[in-house]
Each structure stands twice: as C-alpha cells, then as structure tokens.
Design a protein around this ligand. Structure first.
Ligand code: ZN
Length: 265
C-alpha cells in the first residue's frame, strides 16, 4: 500500500484558535500582540491493493472566495492557494484524475476539510464520515448554530454519504478509523499501515500542531470538548507508541514538509 501527502495550501490565522491562552492579556502584559501563524491544509492519497484509490480529506473548495462567508475569510485567511493546490491538480501530479478515486474519507466536515467534495459532484463516489459528524454537520447547517465552520455547499445530501459507526473501525485492510473527540463530535483520525515498517497516524484537527502533542497543550477557541480532547490525545498517543506510527497533525506545516516530498510504502 502506498501513500502520499497532498498540499491544499495554507491558511493564516490567530494562534489563539489552536493553542490555549496564546495572546491572552495579563496583568503584566495587558495589550499583547496576537501571534498569527500558518496552518497547512493537508490531504492523503492511498493506493490500496484491494480497494483502489482512497482519499483522506479534500481541502477547501476551489471557489472558496465565493463560498466562504466573509467573516470566516477575515479570520481564516487563505494566504496560499495556487492552481497546483487544487485537489484535481494534486491528483494529476500523482498521475490520477478525480474519476480514479474509489473512496473518500472525511476526517471532519469543516469547510477546509470537506470543501473539495465540489470536485466529486455527480460522481457518486462513497464519502465516509462518522455518524456523529454527519448528524452534527447537517444539524449545524439547519439551525445555523455552527454556521461558518460548516457551510452548506459541502454538507449536501447530493453526495453519497456513508456512515462510519462506533469508536473504531477497520474500514479497509490496513486502514483504521478512530473517533476522536475535542474539535468536533465525530472526527475520524486515521491509521494507515502501509507495510511492516511504515505506519502513519493522521490526527486531523483533534491535534493541530506537534507542540500540542509533545507538550499536551490543548487547543484554544477551536476546542469544543476539553475532557474529550485529553482522552483523545491519550488514545492517539497510545496507538502511535504501540505501532511506531509517524504522526501527521491537522495543520502542522513543518511536519507536513518532512513527509510531503515522497511516496511512502
Ligand atoms: Zn482544519
């Protein structure tokens, strides 16, 4: 089984979204300068010997400027999205087209992860997401309670949604999905065991950056379930330790750069 990372561009946003307490005003520093940092948008393409081409995460929609609400673009500014970062061109670079994809796994259904489903309109490819994530995303759109993180263009019943259930599921041989809490109610982290030496663990946005993993620094304003987040971190660390997995975080540009240049497996 082979795997390569896909580069869907970069968001630039306040660090306080992902690191608790970053930029907070204090007695000794009442007017701190907020630190903005780069968030790499990441996907993975797996060539599976039995199940064909599997895509994990789809990045933003190519026409995000029209689709993303203005306040979202103001806060989460896409500062790097060239022609080559479009999902179809990332697939092309790997020698494929959108028609070659046989299954899509969505880590969570926020606009920077599920937006690229636009490329698959009308193709009927199965789109796997956790039951709790599908329910939450459609509810968020219907009630407008979490509108902005979830937006209607990709939370659309026109896609061939397939629910994944429970806390753990080996969806295809060597590809195991884990429900991990913290950021959204049904986020799916993914373990891909490529061969006896190479196992990758994708946290998606349960863990945004390596420093949260190493120093147990919880996310900032993007955390929805803090006790759940600590449980998820422990669960993911246990998997990574036992299986000597290389861990790819939701938006870490340095870790991404370390593994992006080659085909693994
Ligand atoms: Zn994200």
């Amino acid at each position: 089984m082979k795997m390569r990372l896909l580069d869907f561009g970069t968001l630039t946003a306040d660090e306080g979204w992902v690191i608790e307490g970053s930029g907070v005003a204090t007695r000794s520093e009442p007017k701190p300068i907020s630190n903005r940092r780069n968030y790499q948008m990441i996907g993975a393409l797996i060539e599976h010997p039995k199940n064909g081409l599997i895509l994990y995460e789809t990045g933003p929609a190519p026409n995000y400027r029209e689709l993303w609400p203005e306040p979202v673009q103001e806060v989460f500014d896409i500062t790097r999205y060239e022609e080559e970062n479009r999902l179809d061109n990332q697939l092309k670079k790997a020698g494929y087209s959108v028609n070659d994809v046989s299954a899509i796994i969505i880590g969570h259904m926020h606009l920077d992860h599920a937006g690229g489903l636009e490329f698959f309109r009308g193709l009927d490819v199965p789109v796997y997401a956790h039951e709790d994530e599908i329910k939450n995303a459609f509810y968020a759109i219907a009630t407008k309670q979490d509108f902005g993180a979830y937006i209607p263009h990709c939370i659309d019943s026109a896609f061939n949604w397939q629910a994944v259930y429970g806390d753990e599921c080996e969806l295809f041989d060597g590809i195991t999905l884990y429900k991990t809490l913290g950021h959204t109610p049904g986020l799916l982290s993914m373990k891909a065991k490529l061969n006896d030496q190479d196992t990758f663990l994708f946290t998606s946005d349960t863990v945004f950056f390596k420093e949260s993993w190493v120093d147990q620094k919880p996310p900032g304003w993007l955390v929805r379930d803090m006790p759940g987040w600590f449980k998820s971190l422990a669960k993911l660390k246990n998997i990574a330790d036992r299986e000597h997995a290389k861990v790819i975080f939701g938006h870490d540009p340095e870790v991404f750069a370390q593994y992006a240049s080659k085909v693994h497996g």
